[in-house]
Design a protein around this ligand. Structure first.
Ligand code: ASP
Ligand code: MG
Length: 475
């Protein structure tokens, strides 16, 4: 027996009409399900804000928690006319809120581990969603139960805030736990449990990762991520009006696009399922609840786009640290010493490119200043200027086979040149499925538009449908 792991995100949990769509979608599946839920829209942000305020010594009002409890009750009441059942629901809900308030009491108190409190508090957004959805499904005669990560043993590496699921350590207990056929389990996403039993968050947006980690442990049939977006697109539809959904992506292509902050899925959601060949399907809740047609399917058998490029993505979260001096790019040891200085400062180097007179590090924007100081402190010989460039965007053209196809780089440059955009750097060859380059932030949109025109406009048929003949296995 095999489960489908179905995840509903925060953007699917805003209002009563969303819940009705979720019910429609759930009834469609004719297979045992594990449903992973996020917090209601905006709830995690508010819990985070309350935590920060309390931690910094401010007094916090409990208005938000009172309102939240009220909203949960009102939604539950829309699905239940039995006063006894409603009373049971209220009792359970109240005890969840009491536990949450008790955690808040300890914030700022040095006797308690604050990281642990932080993660435990933020996980309540998801716990409340699971509790409510379990109740609603029951009222609609759908046989289901809640299953909490601490019960079924979703084991992490122990890092607070952004932990990694240990699939090997979790798999056997999950297999023992999830055994019922003809059943739906409702799981709160976004957290796992450390080997010593603490709640560990899986990073913001982590419910996608919960779903794929569970799928990997159980060798599920598929991971279905329900969202309020058109799946992955040929470009960000907020910038490019003509952007179209992409029907098929390979794991590597999706991972590359997710890394680019396309915000469609959590950047780590692909990792647990890719080597197991479990497909990830992305559905639009308000379009697919009836038709059941996914927007994007990610698997190991994705067709190669005729033009090689499937999407042009971007990120503004990068910056450049430029070290200049005569011959720095050629003198042995300079690059090594600079990298060591950055590593010692705990800075992750995304990429590096050198020339005769300069070494450029591509870094996370948030690390830029710290990196500049770390290098400056070391007084490295031969370097006479250390500069940072913040107003840049990293653009990625993503598609399987891109680096093996003659002429793609030339077409990218030509497209950018059409609007006189100066490509500052091109990073080529590091990934089999992506080509990156850096432009000034102000040139970002026009560059994307030109590349999108070059590769996609009037050419949407280039994304072939999945057929036996155009399958290309990645492995
Ligand atoms: N609620 C969490 C967040 O907002 C996790 C998630 O939405 O997947 O980051
Ligand atoms: Mg979310």
């Amino acid at each position: 027996m095999s489960y489908i792991i179905v995840k509903f995100g925060g953007s699917n949990l805003k209002k009563q009409s969303d819940i009705l769509q979720i019910l429609k979608a759930v009834k469609h599946y004719k297979q045992p399900l594990i449903i992973v839920v996020s917090a209601f829209y905006g709830v995690t942000d508010r819990l985070e804000e309350l935590f920060k305020n309390k931690a910094s010594g401010k007094s916090i009002s409990d208005d938000f928690l009172k309102d939240l409890q009220q909203i949960k009750s009102e939604i539950a009441a829309l699905h239940c006319t039995n006063p006894e059942r409603m009373k049971e629901f209220q009792t359970g809900l109240t005890s969840l809120f009491i536990a949450l308030e008790n955690l808040f009491e300890k914030v700022g108190d040095t006797e308690y581990l604050q990281n642990e409190l932080h993660d435990s508090i933020l996980a309540y957004g998801e716990r409340l969603s699971a509790f409510l959805l379990h109740f609603i499904l029951t009222q609609h005669n759908l046989k289901n139960s809640q299953a909490l990560p601490e019960e079924f043993g979703l084991i992490t590496d122990g890092e607070f805030g952004n932990s990694t699921v240990n699939i090997e350590a979790s798999a056997s207990s999950l297999k023992n736990f999830f055994t019922e056929k003809d059943h739906i389990y409702v799981v709160p996403g976004f957290y796992g449990i450390s080997p010593s039993g603490s709640v560990n968050l899986l990073g913001r947006g982590g419910s996608d990762y919960t779903a794929s980690a569970i799928a990997a442990c159980l060798q599920a049939t598929s991971v279905d991520l329900w969202k309020d977006v058109q799946g992955f697109c040929t470009a960000d539809p907020k910038i490019i009006q003509d952007a179209a959904s992409i029907s098929n992506l390979s794991y590597a292509e999706a991972a590359e696009l997710a890394y680019f902050g396309s915000k469609i899925i959590h950047p780590r959601a692909i990792e647990p399922v890719s080597d197991k060949g479990i497909p990830v399907r992305i559905f639009h809740l308000h379009q697919a609840a009836e038709s059941f047609r996914p927007q994007t399917i990610i698997n190991g058998l994705s067709p190669v786009a005729a033009e090689r490029i499937k999407s042009v993505a971007y990120s503004d979260h990068f910056g450049i640290l430029a070290l200049e001096g005569e011959g720095v790019g050629l003198k042995p040891g300079v690059l090594g010493r600079a990298s060591t200085a950055l590593e010692k400062a705990g800075i992750n180097i995304k990429s590096v490119f050198t020339s005769q007179t300069a070494i450029n590090f591509l870094l996370d924007l948030a690390d830029l200043e710290k990196a500049q100081n770390a290098i400056a402190e070391r007084n490295l010989s031969g370097i006479h200027s250390i500069e940072t460039k913040k107003d840049v965007s990293l653009i990625a053209a993503v598609g399987l086979g891109i680096n093996e196809t003659f002429g793609i780089a030339a077409r990218l440059f030509t497209a950018a040149a059409r609007s006189r955009v100066n490509i500052q750097t091109i990073v080529f060859g590091a990934s089999k499925v992506a080509m990156y380059f850096i432009v000034a932030r102000e040139d970002r949109n026009i560059t994307i538009q030109q590349i999108h025109n070059e590769f996609f406009i009037n050419k949407l048929e280039i994304i072939p449908l999945l057929t036996e003949t155009n399958y290309k296995s990645q492995n």
